[in-house]
Write a protein that binds this ligand. Structure first.
Ligand code: CTP
Ligand code: CA
Length: 233
């Protein structure tokens, strides 16, 4: 879509978007990471600016992506850094979209010096849970009754032997307490590092819309349409 063809329906709205994947250090040269490219978060930020929003993009590790024009970019590395940056930016935000792939766990200790190979078997890596930023945003909003902040989560699901993608996603929406959950079906070459996504947009009121296979810019448009609709209520 041409930028001048987009509605200016986010004028005066401060949106925070997190993007990319966090990296949790094991030592100065190694980390636990994930395959998030950052493309969806960047597309969300770019589209929001084009629709008139003031945008803060909290960017963890991404592929080499051009910085969207007119966006305030805050670069972070670890889940802890992302958490601090998101909470700081979310203080006066009208909308927060958590598109980042945030590590659930970090190595309990990060070695000061490079871990050396020895003749014996390595120790297992001990892990510690990271804070759930999305859940924290929802509870912070609950503590501020006047807040009309819209909170959007993302879920990449493969489905498994216990439940399919949608069942996992419905449970996640209920558990997280956010307003919208963007669900991507992943695995078998879907979503990660690809230009296109496919999935569902689940709303807290039980509304469920399929998102057709399309570009990440199109998905961004559908997410902002849903956010504008929620804000208008
Ligand atoms: N998220 C977050 N902080 C974390 C982990 C996830 O804010 N420590 C956010 C993600 O940015 C995403 C949403 O929560 O918007 C869902 O992430 P996901 O990994 O799918 O959910 P989890 O609750 O971590 O469940 P699981 O990984 O077990 O599927
Ligand atoms: Ca997770």
């Amino acid at each position: 879509q041409r930028p001048d063809a987009l509605p200016r329906d986010l004028e005066g709205v401060h949106v925070v978007v997190s993007a990319g994947g966090t990296r949790e250090p094991l030592d100065p040269v190694r980390y636990l990471g994930n395959r998030s490219s950052g493309k969806q978060g960047y597309a969300l930020a770019r589209t929001a600016v084009q629709r008139g929003a003031r945008v803060t993009l909290v960017s963890a590790h991404t592929l080499a992506l051009p910085e969207p024009a007119g966006v305030d970019v805050v670069k972070v590395g670890t889940a802890a850094e992302l958490r601090d940056a998101v909470h700081k930016a979310a203080g006066d935000a009208d909308v927060v979209v958590m598109a980042a792939a945030v590590a659930d766990f970090r190595p309990t200790a990060s070695a000061e010096f490079k871990i050396k190979k020895t003749d014996r078997d390595p120790d297992p890596i001990a892990l510690t849970r990271n804070a759930d930023v999305l859940a924290e945003l929802v509870s912070a909003r609950r503590r501020a009754p006047a807040s009309a902040q819209v909170i959007v989560g993302f879920a990449a699901e493969t489905g498994d032997t216990g439940a399919d993608v949608l069942s996992h996603a419905r449970a996640k929406l209920a558990r997280k307490g956010c307003d919208l959950l963007v669900v991507n079906a992943v695995g078998e070459g879907k979503a990660f590092e690809m230009e296109d996504n496919q999935g569902w947009l689940l709303a807290a009121d039980g509304t469920e819309r399929p998102i057709a296979l399309g570009s990440k810019a199109q998905l961004a448009t559908e997410v902002w349409d849903a956010v504008v609709e929620l804000r208008g209520r």
